[in-house]
Design a protein around this ligand. Structure first.
Ligand code: SAM
Length: 279
């Protein structure tokens, strides 16, 4: 069988399963099965595929038809120009989180704390861009921390990155020039209506905070109230926020005695990151 026919079979299976972007995803999964970059696939479509490649591709298509995200199936995601291992134990790093990286890199820092580090995508991207910096990644999930440690090893950053199991600041000591976080911020009532790719395949604890009121703000309350005591003077807190949470999160930074608070928009103009400083 040639690759083109296998691809058509995969697209048909995904369309029948109601997957948005069936053709795009099938091409991605075929390139992975063939062990080539997506940009090389067009050149390989007339080539025969081995039994092993067919079998790997069909298994991947079956997983995608069950709505498993592509990044989990192929086990990796490109974030801020680097490849991160992704498993069902971590949030698949989102392109919109690159807004937080962009903001953080505009601040001076030689030490950084990433709360809810997940795959380590934020912490490791920042350390990779600042050759002298050191950092700590904290997460409540030991399985997520195992993925983050593997990513640190893979990117050659393990000597500058420490990982700790911690309920926000509970297991963290010392002060940092920068505290960053993309915490769970989905309001409990919104969880049920998420896409199955997210709701059924990503860890619930990465998405929904333990709110008493279901507002999605519990993580911010915990993080922002304690951030000033863990920041060096002049240091910045940067948190990613969900839709419409800017004013509430900004108010929390003021209540915590922080200054220079701002809501930073992403490329679409939507408020995406709240920053505030300890002065
Ligand atoms: C939205 S994910 C962010 C993952 C990663 N930083 C990223 O941006 O791709 C939130 C992370 O917070 C972690 N988390 C949830 N509750 C926590 C808590 N109380 N203390 C520390 N980490 C927590 C989850 O395990 C998850 O890894």
């Amino acid at each position: 069988m040639v690759a083109q026919r296998l691809l058509a079979e995969g697209v048909g299976t995904l369309k029948a399963a109601g997957i948005d972007g069936a053709a795009r995803d099938a091409r991605w999964l075929l390139a992975h099965a063939l062990g080539i970059g997506r940009d090389r696939l067009a050149l390989a479509l007339a080539d025969p595929v081995t039994q092993a490649q067919q079998s790997q591709f069909r298994q991947a298509i079956a997983a995608r038809a069950r709505h498993q995200p592509v990044a989990q199936i192929i086990g990796k995601r490109l974030f801020w120009g680097r490849s991160f291992q992704v498993t069902p134990d971590v949030l698949d790093p989102r392109p919109e989180t690159e807004t937080l990286i962009d903001c953080a890199l505009k601040k001076p820092f030689s030490s950084v704390l990433d709360l809810g580090t997940g795959s380590g995508a934020i912490l490791l991207s920042l350390l990779a861009e600042r050759a002298q910096a050191v950092g700590v990644g904290a997460d409540l999930s030991p399985k997520a921390l195992a993925v983050a440690r593997r990513n640190a090893e893979g990117l050659g950053l393990a000597v500058r990155a420490e990982f700790v199991q911690s309920d926000w600041f509970d297991g963290v000591s010392g002060t940092f020039d920068l505290i960053v976080s993309n915490p769970p911020y989905i309001a409990a009532p919104d969880y049920a209506v998420l896409d199955p790719e997210v709701r059924d395949w990503e860890p619930r604890m990465a998405l929904v905070p333990e709110d008493c009121d279901g507002s999605g703000l519990a993580s911010y309350r915990a993080i922002i109230s304690q951030a000033p005591e863990h920041l060096t003077r002049g240091g910045w807190l940067l948190v990613e926020i969900g839709l419409g949470q800017g004013a509430d999160v900004l108010a929390l930074t003021t209540q915590a005695g922080m200054a220079n608070g701002q809501v930073i928009p992403d490329m679409t103009g939507r408020g995406r990151v709240v920053i505030a400083q300890v002065v």
